[in-house]
Design a protein around this ligand. Sequence first.
Ligand code: MN
Ligand code: MN
Length: 451
Amino acid sequence: MKMERKSVWQHRSREEIESFARKYMEFIGKAKTERLAVKEIREILEREGFVSLEDFAGDPVDMAVYAVNRGKAIAAFRVVDDLRKGLNLVVAHIDAPRLDLKPSPLVEDEQIALFKTHYYGGIKKYQWFSIPLEIHGVLFRGDGTEVEIHMGNKPEDPVFTIPDLLPHLDKEDAKVSEKFKGENLVLIAGTIPLSEEEKEAVKTNVLKILNEMYGISEEDFVSGEIEVVPAFPPREVGVDRSLIGAYGQDDRICAYTALRALLSASPKKSIGVIFFDKEEIGSDGNTGAKARFYLRVLRQILKMQGAKDSEFALDEVLEKSSVISADVCAAVDPPYKDVHDLHNAPRLGYGVALVKYTGARGKYSTNDAHAEFVARVRRVLNERDVIWQVATLGKVDQGGGGTIAKFFAERGTDVIDMGPALLGMHSPFEISSKADLLETYNAYRSLLEDL
Ligand code: MN
Ligand code: MN
């Protein structure tokens, strides 16, 4: 029997697709940084009755708990049994490619005050020029007090931008990488001088305004994390309104669908979701998937359940656990279809994509999911009537990339990558299909329940 592609649009009600998409668009419009994503996710969890693991005092084999790692990563579990029987997990990342302000960002050049940035993750730099940008983040003042900064996300706010060179004076036929340099990613901060006499009077005026607004000084930026992201809301795309255009869908689309699946599932064994920071820069750092945070959380639950040697018990838990590494993949884009093996490439609207491996060259730097595990996953998807398709990341030797799957493989779990396909991934305006959004949720819920 031949394997056929199935259009989700032909098998799901438009109403169901639209109602899920509306709630997702609301979420993705607010969760524009990993800190804001944690805040939104935590609010949803608390509304649904989840409590912080620190505050949990009930039955340790019947718990709905969450734990936050430094405001930038979050894990949530529904424990229904002895954890040593293993867990079904869906894990995703909530960081996204962006620009970060440098530690000392503010300069004045030719009577314009500028914020210098350093890009985070894999961006095509030219995409960040001449678009409206907003900033979000935290600063810690000299006395240790915290101040949150959000500017550009409200209609009455000013926005920021990085102006591109006008075409009239841009005649040089240089490579894109030479035209759009990292050091040119500077945001306009202001143009009014405080006085005629003072040196760098425009920069001084910007600092004065920032001090009035937030009570901060120039040195406070050193102990800050200010992120620059696109300043436009999620929009429906296309005459048929089938698509969603928004910033940060890699990978908050997976975090959101996994969260909704966690909340609606009827678990037969313990289930959970973990949302990490730092995936876009290799998962290093103590809020990323390489860090020990989630292992500590699992060990704490094991201790609450009375495990004597929680270190050994943790190894048992991991070896019996099944993990869906929930991440997006690249959909076929007609003008650029040459980069794909079209026989193994996902199409928008044809369901959640099953990615056996990512990596580069001869399958370097990837988890290559075991056939046995792929078979289990496939059986659940088929039994639950989930529409899925196969995906690989481009033609052999075309390029490559990775996900957090390999870090779970390293800990001993079974793991496979799975998620919706996007167009324009890592751009300021990534495109997903409303149909795949719903089907990804259906897939994660089915797998949390039945794996
Ligand atoms: Mn991703
Ligand atoms: Mn990515």
